[in-house]
Design a protein around this ligand. Structure first.
Ligand SMILES: Nc1ncnc2c1ncn2[C@@H]1O[C@H](COP(=O)(O)OP(=O)(O)OP(=O)(O)O)[C@@H](O)[C@H]1O
Ligand SMILES: [Mg+2]
Length: 208
C-alpha cells in the first residue's frame, strides 16, 4: 500500500507547490492506522446499532430460529478452522418480544469468540438453546484456551481485548451485554484456563 507519513519537506523554489513526502510509513505505523480505522468503523456500527435498538420496536421473535440461523451463518467460517461446530436447539420456538438483528449480532459475537479461542488447534464449540419454564438459555461452550481469573472480570469492558494486532477491538462482548440488557436478560461466563469457556445468555420469554 502506498501510504506515506505526514512529515514532509518544503519546496524551496516554490513554497506554494505541493510538498514531497520524505519517508514511507513503517509497517508498525500502518498497523496502528489500520487498527484505528477498524476501531472507528466498529464504534460507528455500535452507535448506529444503539440507535436502532431504541428506534426499532420490538417484535415477536423466535430465539430458536435465530440460533439455528446464526450457526448456519458462521458454519462456513468454522469450516476454515480445525474447530467442530455443534448445535442442539429445542423444538420450542422460545418466543419473546425483541430485536432480531441485535439478538443475532449478540449470539454471533459469542460464537465467533468461541471459534477463535481454539486458535489453530482442534477443538469443539457446542451451541445449545434450551427452554426452561419462562426463560431460554443459549449456551456456547468451547474447548479453547480459556480465560484467566484476572481477565474474566474484564471481558465485558469496552475495548478489553487480548487480540491486539489481529481482529479484536474489544467491543464484541460489550455490545452483546448491552443487547442482552435491553432484552432484560443476563449473560455469564465460566472458564477454566486450558480447558475452555462457557458463555450463557439467559433471556425471559413471553408468557404463553
Ligand atoms: N470464548 C472465549 N475464550 C477465551 N477468551 C475469550 C472468549 N470470549 C472472550 N474472550 C476474551 O474476552 C476478550 C473480549 O472479547 P470481545 O468479544 O469483547 O472482544 P474481541 O473478541 O477481542 O474483539 P472483537 O469482538 O471486537 O473482534 C477477548 O479478547 C478474549 O480475551
Ligand atoms: Mg469478540
Amino acid at each position: 500500500m502506498g501510504v506515506t507519513s505526514s512529515s514532509s519537506r518544503k519546496n524551496s523554489k516554490n513554497p506554494s507547490a505541493p510538498t514531497t513526502p520524505t519517508r514511507v510509513s513503517s509497517n508498525k505505523e500502518l498497523e496502528i492506522i489500520e487498527q484505528n480505522v477498524r476501531l472507528c468503523r466498529d464504534l460507528l456500527t455500535m452507535w448506529q446499532s444503539y440507535g436502532s435498538v431504541e428506534a426499532t420496536p420490538h417484535k415477536l421473535i423466535s430465539i430458536s430460529d435465530i440460533v439455528r440461523e446464526v450457526v448456519a451463518g458462521v458454519g462456513a467460517m468454522a469450516e476454515e478452522t480445525p474447530v467442530e461446530l455443534k448445535c442442539d436447539v429445542t423444538e420450542d420456538p422460545c418466543s419473546l418480544m425483541g430485536d432480531a438483528v441485535q439478538i443475532t449480532r449478540a449470539i454471533q459475537n459469542v460464537i465467533i469468540n468461541a471459534i477463535q479461542a481454539s486458535g489453530d488447534r482442534k477443538g469443539t464449540v457446542e451451541v445449545s438453546c434450551i427452554r426452561k419454564d419462562f426463560y431460554v438459555d443459549v449456551r456456547i461452550a468451547d474447548t479453547g484456551q480459556g480465560i484467566s481469573p484476572e481477565q474474566i472480570a474484564r471481558i465485558f469492558d469496552p475495548y478489553f481485548t487480548t487480540k491486539q494486532g489481529k481482529s479484536g477491538t474489544g467491543l464484541g462482548l460489550f455490545i452483546t451485554r448491552k443487547v442482552v440488557d435491553d432484552h432484560n436478560g443476563s449473560i455469564k461466563a465460566d472458564s477454566t484456563p486450558g480447558i475452555g469457556t462457557t458463555i450463557t445468555i439467559r433471556l425471559p420469554l413471553i408468557n404463553n
